[in-house]
Design a binder for this molecule. Structure first.
Ligand SMILES: NC(=O)c1ccc[n+]([C@@H]2O[C@H](COP(=O)([O-])OP(=O)(O)OC[C@H]3O[C@@H](n4cnc5c(N)ncnc54)[C@H](OP(=O)(O)O)[C@@H]3O)[C@@H](O)[C@H]2O)c1
Length: 266
């Protein structure tokens, strides 16, 4: 199954703010919505989707299993709860949000549980998030690389994650870039601003185009209609090889999502 390349993130957005963001997003043309159990907004995302009138078949909805629900039985039950909140019979993609903290649970256990939930029809596709090369190898051993629809990881001009991205390319595993705008920091970067000025674009569009041109899906979030619209329009921007190379040189290993329970990064 093809993951639409440009989706709408919903991390941090709650209550009316997430309803407004998803409603505006669907109005301006987003068809891929990214939520998670831990965001505490699945019910509001579901309300916004239901009220939008967009046909279910035209939508791609992702949720993510929280670390406390990785046990064999807990995983499926938690996904059923997510579906109720989202008011959907099934989601399009379900990700393991983070590897089990401290590897308390074996990767094979929760990957197999996720594959069983897929076989039971709760989700069309399955994948992982924040997986290192080591975790990916275990997931591949458990269910095979073709069964893993994506690894959603932090990737933006300032954290290019080349090791894990290279391993994924070798294995044919698709990459979804989260925090593609480095949580707004791309707007302040001199190189991105210069390229944006030359191309009559915004630095956010330049960052998104740079990611999409490498084949990655992107899931920027915004609470503003103008930003939602202009981010979506990044799909029409094609950067030159020289511009791509200039952005590749901006890597500074700047990781923004690094909670205490994160794995040992590559
Ligand atoms: N799997 C994971 O562990 C994980 C972790 C983090 C995030 N994610 C996913 O990735 C999504 C994106 O990450 P994120 O939301 O943290 O950060 P992000 O998309 O990189 O940045 C969002 C920030 O950028 C601003 N922004 C958006 N478009 C803009 C534009 N055109 N011009 C100027 N500012 C703009 C937004 O402010 P305004 O609201 O003012 O536009 C917001 O403050 C999340 O929502 C979530 O779905 C997943």
């Amino acid at each position: 199954m093809q993951i639409p390349q440009l989706g709408l993130g919903t991390f941090r957005l709650k209550d009316q703010q997430v309803i407004d963001s998803v409603t505006m997003g669907l109005e301006v043309g987003y068809r891929h919505i990214d939520t998670a159990q831990i965001y505490g907004n699945e019910a509001e995302v579901g309300r916004a989707i239901a009220a939008s009138g967009v046909a279910r078949d035209d939508l791609f909805v992702t949720t993510k299993i929280w670390t406390e629900h990785l046990g064999r039985d807990a995983l499926r039950a938690s996904l059923e709860t997510s579906l109720e909140k989202l008011k959907l019979d099934r989601v399009d993609l379900t990700l393991i949000h983070w590897p089990s903290p401290g590897d308390a649970l074996p990767v094979a256990e929760y990957m197999e549980a996720l594959a069983q939930a897929q076989a039971a029809g709760l989700t069309r596709a399955i994948g992982v998030s924040n997986f290192t090369i080591g975790h990916l190898k275990q997931a591949i051993d458990a269910i095979g690389a073709p069964a893993i629809a994506t690894n959603q990881i932090e990737l933006h001009p300032f954290l290019q994650n080349r090791k894990v991205a290279g391993f994924m390319r070798e294995q044919g595993i698709h990459l979804t870039a989260y925090m593609p705008l480095a949580y707004g920091k791309v707007m302040e970067d001199a190189v991105l601003r210069r390229i944006a000025a030359v191309r009559d674009a915004t630095p956010a569009q330049v960052a998104l185009a740079w990611l999409m041109q490498q084949g990655y899906a992107v899931i920027p979030s915004s609470t503003r209609r103008a930003n939602l619209e202009s981010n979506l329009a990044a799909a029409r921007l094609t950067l030159t090889a020289g511009e791509m190379a200039e952005i590749a040189a901006l890597d500074r290993g700047e990781r923004l999502a690094n909670p205490a329970f994160a794995p040992q990064w590559d």
